[in-house]
Design a protein around this ligand. Structure first.
Ligand code: AMP
Length: 580
């Protein structure tokens, strides 16, 4: 369909959401007719392409099930063992929530889908904020990771790195973004971040949008700025880049635009040199219209802090997507971050939904589907019900569990809208009580309310189950910041003990019963030094995660990551009694 400004995009969204069922059927027909001869599908369908047979016979799988096939393709075997179209490369998922990064086969078609998805998503922001491409530039924090070459010669890169490598992106970059390409590809993310902030400040009068893919990266940028604004304004004043920026690409890019600008530097200094950084983003980038970053899912914990720094600007979560498939877009970019729903686009993949119990029972798992009623089709999901997302794509994923739990919040035309609930695999578990990411989030919210009136903010948290002594117990790591120069050492230990109690009281019924029966020991909170979570992020980035795609794990599974955070503990507190 030819696009005519943003109206073309909006029209297409109308058509797709109206014809959701038909579009989904077409997508499945295409996937099956094209791939039925692959080794993988032959094993289930024996050359047949009917939908009911697909639903009856094809197993619902996880990455682990497909990994041997994907690894064989990466190791030079023909991609026809899994998919019909040639594999052009692999996407590397971030791997922060689930452990190891995953390799996802990519085809040329998948990349085309990406361009369409972008256009549709942009038409929605244009409807609300006007044509920001004409109005000015985006200060977007972007970080590429080095590509990995697989034995087959095919490259594996994060989705974003692949986008940054596209010639189309490189062509529009200087016109639409403040960051030069060299700063995005800088091998040292800190040097890259410093330079991206520098370029963003130099062009501050042109910036109409500030953002990054995820809220955590925007916050990382603001905190970095809080620690480096004097140095940055000195560089702007003198027109010279700090010596610690040794990356030649960054230095070359800077040498092309930097010249002494004492007026701009003075303005930046005056704005930054104040006691409270509330609303700093609006002051430094006065023409910014909104902050673009995903604020849902694990990112919701950053909303309060981002709202503080970005006071006056809406936080806009535009998309819900993963390395496996592009899924939904936010039709109401101006709604409150906590109300964001993503409307699924039925042409992006074939979507099915595994019902998940809303209480603490396990999701209704099944390996073999004897009846096609067990997995629900896109158009048949029920409002208020939670589901685990299952996708099939032309790029070799068939009935693949993404690991995300979503709740249906409504419908737009015939396409369902989902709120992101949680990652399925992020749970704390001592003895089958299964605490989910959302359970933990709610408990933390309740407890942190005790700190707010005392002038302290909980800026980050994570957790793990300590089973080194019996019975095991939950450990929460908290990074706390004092408002207006207060130090977290001034915090009364009794309050921290109360926070532990409040969390236990706010956890679910099963947890509380187990605590009473001493199946689980007292919850512990370990307060960590400032910057500990940045060190954790640095660790994951050093292991290959892209800073742009980084999602802090809400539960730490890696020994090494645990050592990093545990070595920064400055206080330990336990809940003194079992919850009521
Ligand atoms: P990756 O595999 O690195 O591309 O990360 C994809 C994952 O990021 C998804 O499976 C979700 O868990 C998470 N994610 C992506 N978009 C959103 C969103 N809008 N809200 C919440 N989580 C998201």
């Amino acid at each position: 369909m030819a696009m005519n400004g943003y109206e073309g995009g909006l029209k297409m969204i109308e058509e797709l959401t109206t014809n959701a069922e038909q579009t989904q059927d077409e997508v499945l027909r295409e996937i099956l007719s094209r791939n039925v001869g692959t080794g993988y599908l032959m094993g289930f369908l024996h050359g047949q392409t009917e939908k009911w047979l697909f639903k009856k016979n094809v197993l619902v799988v996880t990455y682990e099930d497909l990994k041997p096939f994907i690894d064989r393709i990466a190791n030079r075997e023909t991609s026809e063992i899994l998919l019909a179209k040639p594999v052009t490369g692999f996407y590397l998922s971030s791997g922060t929530s689930g452990g190891q990064p995953k390799l996802m086969p990519v085809t040329a078609e998948y990349q085309k889908n990406g361009a369409l998805y972008d256009t549709l998503s942009q038409s929605l922001t244009m409807r609300h904020f006007g044509d920001i491409n004409q109005a000015g530039k985006r200060m977007e924090l972007m970080f590429a990771r080095p590509e990995i070459e697989t034995p087959s010669g095919l490259k594996a890169a994060s989705v974003l790195t692949s986008v940054y490598n596209e010639s189309k992106f490189r062509t529009i970059l200087p016109k639409l973004y403040t960051s030069p390409i060299e700063t995005i590809f800088c091998p040292d993310p800190n040097q890259g971040l410093y330079c991206q902030l520098l370029f963003g400040l130099i062009q501050r009068d042109e910036v109409v949008r500030v953002g990054s893919l995820f809220a955590s990266t925007v916050l990382r940028g603001i905190k970095f700025l809080e620690n480096h604004w004097q140095e940055l304004s000195y560089d702007i004043k003198t027109g010279r880049l700090s010596d610690w920026i040794t990356d030649s690409g960054c230095r070359n890019a800077a040498s092309l635009v930097m010249k002494p600008n004492p007026e701009q530097a003075d303005l930046i200094e005056n704005i930054s040199n104040c006691k409270s950084w509330e609303g700093i983003v609006t002051k430094l980038w006065p023409k910014a219209r909104y902050i673009s970053c995903v604020c849902t899912g694990v990112m919701r914990q950053y909303i309060a802090e981002l709202e503080f720094y970005c006071r006056g600007l809406p936080l806009v979560s535009t998309f819900y997507a993963c390395s496996e498939a592009l899924c939904g877009i936010n039709l109401e970019p101006l709604c409150k971050p906590c109300d964001v729903s993503y409307t699924f686009l039925p042409n992006m993949a074939y979507f099915e939904f595994l019902p998940v119990e809303n209480d603490h029972d396990e999701s209704i798992e099944m390996k073999r589907n004897d009846e096609d009623t067990e997995l629900v089709d896109l158009v048949n999901v029920k409002v208020g019900q939670c589901y685990e997302l299952v996708v099939s794509t032309c790029a070799g994923l068939y009935r693949y569990k993404v690991g995300d739990v979503l709740m249906v919040s409504g419908f737009y035309n015939n396409a369902p809208q989902f709120q992101f609930v949680e990652r399925k695999n992020v749970i704390l578990n001592v003895d089958q009580e299964k605490t989910s990411e959302t359970d933990l989030f709610k408990a933390v919210i309740e407890a942190k309310a005790l700190l707010d009136p005392l002038g302290f903010i909980l800026t980050e948290y994570t957790s793990y189950v300590d089973t080194s002594s019996a019975p095991g117990h939950y450990v929460l790591f908290w990074e706390i910041k004092g408002k207006e120069g207060k130090h977290c050492k001034e915090l009364d230990p009794k309050i921290m003990v109360e926070c532990c109690t409040r969390m236990e009281e706010s956890l679910h019924y099963t947890y509380k019963i187990y605590r009473k029966r001493n199946i689980i020991a007292a919850l512990e909170t370990r307060v960590v030094k400032q910057g500990s979570f940045e060190a954790l992020m640095d660790y994951y980035v050093s292991k290959g995660t892209s800073l742009s795609q980084y999602k802090k794990p809400n539960c730490i599974k890696s020994e090494e990551a645990l050592k990093i955070i545990d070595s920064r503990v400055i206080g330990k507190y336990f809940s003194p009694k079992s919850p009521l």
